[in-house]
Write a protein that binds this ligand. Structure first.
Ligand SMILES: C[S@@+](CC[C@H](N)C(=O)[O-])C[C@H]1O[C@@H](n2cnc3c(N)ncnc32)[C@H](O)[C@@H]1O
Length: 270
């Protein structure tokens, strides 16, 4: 918990901590490659992934869960979806709305909890969510809720990863990066993720969420099936996106991307 929130008392729980954490992150979120998109190449790579898993928009209704600053919502809007973005950080939503205004797009962004969306039953053709599942407190409740708001035959696309388990290759690259930095061979990351001042909070939250040991693709798929979804496609190779992102990362950060357990899972409501 951050110091200024420490006095909140017993009603202040993990969900509030997560919300406060992301609200603080909102300010610099879009400065990080990997969050905001910095090239047409990367934009095309994301669109190709979405089209492969969800198909073209053609006016269909899409819900972007944990929409953050609206990066994915805007991609979906570009693909012809009628998009609603939900996030529980007002600071994130403000940025998403500002982008929509700037681009003259009519995307609806509203404050809500992905666990209890309060959206009508069977009201969406597709749901998309990037980098939310790893930080969920109760993913089972979420998956049941997402099944509820999808239309029969509707699809859910989850883009996520295990950000806890650090394999041998990644550890090695990180050590090389630290050494190269020490010897002045490379500059430090301009926007570290998470920002250095928030690293402890990030770690503390990560240790208490449901997937505290890392959101492995197999575990997420199994839980989705248990909730009643039918598996369609699992992409454990996001190389095209990572290759495009690499141009905006430092050399070492670019290398680690490809070594991490990242994936896209699409499932269907029967
Ligand atoms: C890593 S950011 C991802 C943002 C966006 N999906 C993207 O990929 O650019 C995580 C987001 O999840 C939101 N979030 C976390 N838990 C949530 C919940 N239970 N309901 C709604 N939003 C949530 C945070 O406010 C934050 O904006």
């Amino acid at each position: 918990m951050t110091d200024d929130l420490a006095g909140y008392g017993s009603n202040y729980d993990l969900r509030d901590e997560i919300k406060a954490y992301w609200s603080q992150r909102a300010e610099t979120f879009d400065q990080s490659p990997g969050h905001e998109i910095f090239s047409d190449d990367e934009r095309r790579a994301w669109q190709a992934l979405i089209l492969r898993h969800l198909g073209p928009g053609a006016g269909r209704r899409a819900l972007d869960l944990a929409s953050g600053t609206g990066v994915i919502s805007h991609l979906m809007d570009d693909l012809g979806y009628q998009v609603t973005g939900l996030d529980w950080s007002e600071a994130m939503l403000e940025r998403a709305r500002a982008k929509a205004k700037e681009r003259s797009r009519s995307i609806r962004f509203f404050l809500g909890d992905a666990e209890v969306t309060r959206e009508p039953e069977a009201s969406y053709d597709v749901i998309i969510t990037r980098h939310l599942v790893w930080t969920l407190v109760d993913p089972k409740a979420c998956f049941a809720e997402w099944l509820r708001v999808l239309k029969p035959g509707g699809r859910l696309l989850i883009v996520d990863g295990d950000f806890v388990t650090i394999g041998f290759g990644e550890r090695l690259v990180k050590k090389l990066a630290a050494a190269a930095e020490r010897f002045g061979l490379v500059k430090p990351e301009p926007v570290p993720h998470p920002p250095t001042a928030m690293a402890e909070t990030h770690q503390s939250i990560l240790s208490r969420v449901y997937f505290s040991a890392g959101a492995r693709q197999e575990a997420v798929v199994a839980m989705l099936q248990e909730a009643g979804f039918r598996t369609r496609l699992v992409d454990s190779n996001l190389r095209r996106i990572h290759r495009a992102q690499r141009r905006n990362f430092s050399f070492f950060k670019g290398l680690t991307r490809g070594l991490q357990h990242r994936y896209a899972i699409s499932v269907e409501k029967p």
